[in-house]
Design a protein around this ligand. Structure first.
Ligand code: GAL
Length: 475
């Protein structure tokens, strides 16, 4: 186990070290790859057209025409009460437009004030043409769970909430859930603990249950189909803490389902994420199966939680894997092909700053760290985009990033997190592309950390350290 941990640590730090520049010019990705204008960057906050965090946690993604629509939990940075389900759209899966709060807080009922609403998933019903949204509704203590549904004639909403989805007249009293639409248009609901239900033709009720309590160890379920084989992904039961997610396969939705084990290397904790959805993106040449995971950051789930979106790999036996973490990559939605992306730039000198101290890991990785609440690190830059690398560790906390223009006007405020149960050196912040100009970047230690008190245990970081390994001016 110890040896394994060392190997894992080496593997993760090597990815970081390979990107440390010896000179001024550096390539953040170690492969020779094409540079693309847009890329999917995992583990960093994304920003919409208003420079606000893309807040769509526990998301589902559907394609309608040439656009992709992302639905998720719109979060706050404090508390966990339902504040609405957001909808964003994109043509390239990398640049996101905030469309709407597709389903807002209801005046009362299962999604009323001070309730929990999670994991929204939308499917278009082929018979009625309606968009049907499914979600987990609950009370604040997670003791009144049910699957609810809402409908809308247009994809971006507003959706009309109809209350619990009924099966033989009774609510489906489950929490984590997902949906799946088969090739013939039939819709399915899956839930934690391995339950799978066929929906009625209009998707507004459950027609029958196909799989019951297949496994006690499955939350955050997602199903997809590839070449006639169904895949059922799910996480372990550690609330918002990351764990090694696993999967099952079957040739029929009714099963039997075969336990196939983990799909990311053991100990990476699914590259530090929890499954929420898989979208096959089919182009003229091939299909890429896009894994959507959440890197939760309670209580700062609005701004510091991030997305881990990765291209799933398959071998000849249909074995699924995420063998390596692709920091930045793009998916050509016309061809369906994906490729890693190289983020190039120049390293900026980080001036000494009070409260920040150099730190060197056992593996020789060096960064600057601080847990002094209010300690700042300030750096002027001239250009359009900056990237910050940090080393996430089990004692990592939240830091605020602020960018001001030459007049002192704040053009971006963001929160990043450098928490991970194993040391992980990676990109932690990538600013939006700003108009060329003179800017000032400031990193401030917030003196806060990830924590969550769940039913079974408490989870989170042991301290408030913010880590800055290097700052790059992106070309
Ligand atoms: C997780 C679940 C999340 C959220 C969280 C709250 O297990 O996947 O969606 O409900 O628990 O503790």
């Amino acid at each position: 186990m110890r040896l394994f941990r060392l190997l894992l640590l080496k593997r993760i730090l090597v990815i970081g070290l390979l990107s440390v520049a010896s000179g001024k010019e550096e390539h953040l990705s170690f492969r020779a790859v094409p540079v693309a204008a847009t890329a999917i960057h995992s583990g960093v906050p994304w920003y919409d057209q208003h420079h606000q965090a893309v807040s769509a946690r526990g998301a589902g993604l559907i394609q309608e025409g040439n656009r992709f629509y992302l639905f998720g939990e719109f979060k706050r940075d404090h508390g966990n009460a339902f504040v609405g389900f957001s909808c964003y759209s994109s043509a390239d899966l990398a640049t996101w437009i905030f469309e709407s709060i597709a389903l807002p807080v209801q005046p009362e009922g299962p999604l009323g004030p001070d309730r929990v609403g999670e994991r929204p998933k939308v499917m278009k019903n082929p018979r009625t043409g309606e968009f049907v949204m499914f979600m987990h509704t609950d009370n604040a203590a997670y003791k009144d769970q049910a699957v609810g549904y809402a409908t809308s004639p247009s994809i971006t909403g507003p959706y009309t909430f109809h209350g619990p989805l009924l099966f033989a007249g009774q609510p489906v009293k489950k929490w984590d859930m997902g949906v799946f639409q088969d090739d013939d248009g039939s819709g399915y609901l899956i839930t934690h603990s391995g339950n799978l239900y066929a929906l009625s033709d209009d998707y507004k009720s459950v027609a029958r249950q196909l799989v019951k309590d297949m496994t006690p160890h499955c939350e955050a379920p997602a199903i997809f189909k590839r070449e006639g084989l169904y895949y059922w992904l799910g996480s372990g039961l550690t609330a918002w803490e990351r764990n090694d997610n696993h999967y099952f396969t079957a040739i029929s939705l009714a099963g039997p389902w075969q336990d196939r084990g983990l799909f990311a290397p053991q100990g990476t904790l699914t590259w530090n994420s929890q499954t929420t959805f898989v979208l096959p993106v089919t182009g003229s040449e091939t299909t890429t199966y896009l894994f959507l995971g959440d890197r939760w950051a309670h209580p700062r789930q609005n701004s510091a939680a991030t997305y881990v979106w990765q291209p799933l790999q398959f071998d000849a036996d249909g074995r699924l894997s995420l063998p390596e973490f692709h920091q930045s990559w793009n998916l050509d939605t016309r061809t369906g092909r994906w490729a890693p992306v190289s983020l190039r730039g120049k390293l900026l000198n980080i001036p000494p700053a009070e409260g920040w101290t150099p730190h060197t890991d056992a593996a020789g990785v060096t960064d600057l760290r601080s847990k002094v609440k209010g300690a700042t690190l300030t750096l002027p830059f001239t250009g359009t985009q900056v990237a910050i690398h940090g080393v996430a560790r089990s004692d990592g906390g939240f830091g605020e990033i602020q960018i001001k223009d030459h007049t002192g006007k704040v053009v971006l405020t963001s929160i990043v997190e450098t928490y991970c149960l194993y040391p992980e050196a990676s990109l932690k912040f990538l600013s939006p592309r700003l108009p060329p100009g003179d800017y000032t970047l400031t990193v401030t230690v917030l003196g806060e950390r990830f924590f969550w008190q769940a039913k079974r245990a408490a989870y989170g970081s042991s301290d408030d350290f913010v880590s800055v390994q290097k700052i790059l001016l992106v070309d």
